[in-house]
Design a protein around this ligand. Structure first.
Ligand code: 5AD
Ligand code: SF4
Length: 468
């Protein structure tokens, strides 16, 4: 399939760099050293967007704080996937009326997936009048221009029109210091799973050029990042053009010399191929870890969710992946209580989870998202009933995680030390190839290094050990 070229032309990007310069000059004329607080909610894709927001702000002359009360500019970079996340954002927006009362020049920005929902932007327009700038994920690359308009014209700016979305290369970025880095390789989603708001707020699927992705990873490896995650809403539907697919991208990245790991997320089972698993197996830098969200173990519910695979097809994929990568770490996302789901169907999910034997799960109770197909389906089961099914799922998974972890005790594994842990006896946090958390004895000199560790104890959530 051909790759659609939706890249923003270089001169349009250069204009944004001009706006950054103008904002910087404006502050310097006022002799102000502006400070920003960027608060990011939700998935890794959003974290990666947050790093670009910070990059553009830094180019505008900002430094950063975690304290909204001390900031000249506050950004809430939001998530719309579940209702709970939205409620938190509205709570935070409410609190910002106070910081703005103390500092009337404070600029308040709402962006990310929630901002793209017409229901949300309308509510902010009418009832949250202290919010100065609202824009959705597709407008991220125009942030300097939008911000300039806020400062220049001293009026509220809303940029939330529906857009299919584009690709902007070369936006400045402030990365988290340390060993982990995120690289978006594709944006948007075309799948329209019936419960999910993402395709409505992040636009259509589009992929970056392979050369651009490979160059970015090469640069990250050269500057010392060791755990690099390739991101996409549906990363394995990556389309580099002329038949170049996600497996080809992994294989090309794997050629970059150095001591580092590559991971990727999230994958959709309908786009997971044997070729992908064969490539993972062969590539020495690719972590033998797979996040393959199944959502449900009931064929009827999977159909209603518009997932486009069956339980049997999913199990075949997992079996194949394990046959070429013994010891593969597999994780998944699960939704319990989809509209019309029966107890029997929820227990089919529990039995699938038991059958696969996941290393870990991300579990959710269904949350209706206005505008999606599922939000219009009858949903007669009470929250309390769904909670019972959910608890059963957790019970099965927790027992599994504890048993898998216990099997590590006495073994030696290679880990990457990536920071400090909150446990005084095991002060260093590290990750195995499979992204399993290990707490280590040792000191901060280990951080950033791959070390061999003997596992001495375990629980449901973590392994504990000492370097050998
Ligand atoms: N309700 C509950 N969980 C959801 N997810 C996506 N939309 C919803 C929803 N409406 C979950 C899915 C997805 C993960 C990122 O969030 O499991 O894989
Ligand atoms: Fe949502 Fe499905 Fe797209 Fe994932 S693949 S973002 S669950 S619509």
């Amino acid at each position: 399939m051909e790759r659609k070229n939706v890249e923003i032309p270089a001169q349009d990007l250069a204009r944004q760099r001009d706006f950054e310069e103008r904002i910087r000059e404006m502050f310097s004329a006022r002799q102000v050293h502006p400070v920003a607080c960027v608060d990011t909610f939700g998935c890794q894709q959003n974290v990666a967007d947050g790093e670009r927001l910070m990059g553009m702000l830094e180019a505008c002359g900002f430094t950063f704080t975690q304290e909204p009360g001390q900031a000249d500019l506050v950004i809430l970079n939001t998530c719309a996937v579940r209702e709970h996340a939205e409620q938190r954002v509205f709570g935070n927006l409410g609190m910002l009326t106070h910081t703005k009362k103390d500092n009337p020049d404070q600029v308040i920005v709402l962006c990310g997936c929630m901002a793209q929902e017409p229901r949300v932007s309308q509510r902010v327009k009418e009832s949250y009048r202290h919010v100065d700038l609202v824009f959705g994920p597709q407008a991220l690359w125009r942030f300097p221009e939008l911000l300039y308009r806020v400062y220049e014209q001293r009026r509220r700016v809303f940029s939330v029109e529906e857009e299919d979305g584009s690709i902007a290369e070369g936006i400045p970025v402030v990365r988290e210091r340390g060993v982990k880095a995120w690289v978006s390789v594709m944006y948007g989603c075309n799948n329209f799973c019936s419960y999910c708001i993402v395709p409505y707020v992040r636009g259509r699927e589009r992929s970056r050029r392979p050369e651009a992705v490979v160059a970015e990873v090469r640069e990250l490896v050269a500057s010392g990042y060791k755990d690099i995650t390739l991101l996409g809403q549906n990363v394995n539907s990556y389309n580099g053009g002329d038949g170049y697919d996600f497996a080809d991208l992994l294989a090309e990245i794997d050629q970059i010399p150095g001591d580092y790991r590559i991971r990727f997320m999230s994958s959709h089972p309908k786009d997971a191929t044997h070729k992908l698993f064969d490539t993972m197996a062969r590539c020495t830098h690719v972590a033998k870890q797979l996040h393959l969200p199944v959502q449900s173990g009931s064929d009827r519910v999977l159909r209603e969710m518009n997932r486009r695979y069956t339980r049997a097809q999913y199990l075949e994929l997992v079996n194949y992946a394990r046959s070429v990568m013994p010891g593969l770490v597999i994780t998944s996302d699960i939704i319990i209580g989809f509209p019309g789901e029966t107890e029997e169907e929820a227990m089919e999910t529990v039995s699938l989870v038991d059958e696969v034997g996941y290393d870990a799960l991300f579990t959710f109770i269904y949350s209706p998202r206005p505008g999606t197909k599922a939000a219009q389906m009858p949903d007669p089961v009470s929250r309390a009933e769904k909670q019972k099914w959910f608890d059963k799922l957790l019970e099965v998974q927790n027992a599994r995680s504890a048993a898998l972890h216990a099997a590590y005790v006495g073994k030696t594994v290679r880990v990457l030390c990536d920071g400090e842990s909150d446990d005084a006896d095991y002060p260093i946090a590290a990750r195995t190839d499979g992204n399993r958390l290990v707490r280590l004895k040792g000191d901060a000199s280990l951080i950033g290094r791959f070390v061999d560790v003997r596992i001495t104890k375990s629980n449901t959530w973590a392994l504990y050990g000492e370097p050998v």
